[in-house]
Design a protein around this ligand. Structure first.
Ligand code: ATP
Ligand code: MG
Length: 218
């Protein structure tokens, strides 16, 4: 069992988008996984109920943070992978999800506040790791990037500084700023063509290379 949380104290950075991409890909692969929407706004739950048309998978919406702990504990015994989408503010549910997590993905877009949210979330993982007496591995995921922009250079410079000062690390795979990613929220389907297809494949490959996701079932 592997529990992966997608978290940031900053809202609107792509947590639910990343959750949709990973969930739909795992469903395509018929992986043994379940998804928890721990965000009271239930964006992921609504998406699954209203739009998602891919291979079936189980999703439970649980906005209550105490029940969330029991749910993660149970599903982590029953499934190979549990994916938890969390709310975009500093909240008990996200912190509880972190205590269970074998890996945490922290998306950021181009804004300075996103970087600050990532830093706070990274430091929270380290703080909780002390209490649970084990490492809580975390990676920043660069989302909605515009790699040729000056903004991207700021992001890379800040990542470098945070890497040096507090060990923060990030995935090599970057998700570009593409309508295809917004479209998933309305269509329920993964992109069928274009650069997003390649980026999603690279993302999942990297998650496997780093041991964040277990190997695909053969
Ligand atoms: N790579 C991307 N390219 C273009 N648009 C994106 C990308 N990632 C996310 N978006 C859009 O950005 C907005 C915020 O994304 P999303 O809802 O996934 O963020 P979130 O972190 O889950 O937000 P919240 O904190 O409110 O839960 C959405 O409109 C989404 O479609
Ligand atoms: Mg969300």
């Amino acid at each position: 069992m592997t529990v992966i949380s997608i978290a940031s104290t900053k809202g609107g950075v792509g947590k639910t988008t990343l959750s949709r991409i990973i969930a739909a890909t795992l469903a395509e692969e018929r992986a043994d996984f379940a998804v928890i929407d721990a965000d009271p706004n239930d964006a992921l739950g609504r998406w699954k109920a209203k739009f998602y048309e891919g291979a079936p998978f189980d999703l439970v919406s649980e906005p209550n943070h105490d029940r969330l702990a029991h749910l993660i504990e149970r599903l982590s015994r029953e499934r190979e992978i549990v994916l938890v989408d969390t709310a975009g503010f500093d909240n008990p549910a996200a912190n509880i999800a972190l205590t269970f997590s074998d890996a945490v993905l922290i998306p950021i877009m181009a804004d300075e506040a996103d970087m600050e949210g990532a830093k706070q979330t990274w430091l929270r993982c380290r703080a909780i790791a002390l209490g649970v007496r084990r490492e809580i591995p975390a990676w920043v995921v660069l989302n909605a990037t515009k790699t040729i922009s000056q903004v991207h250079q700021h992001i890379l410079a800040e990542l470098g500084r945070l890497s040096a000062s507090c060990g923060l690390r990030w995935l090599e795979t970057k998700l570009s700023n593409l309508v295809a990613y917004s479209e998933i929220s309305w269509s329920g389907a993964l992109p069928a063509r274009g650069p997003a297809v390649r980026e999603i494949r690279h993302l999942v490959e990297e998650l496997r290379e780093k041991g964040i996701l277990p190997p695909a079932a053969t």
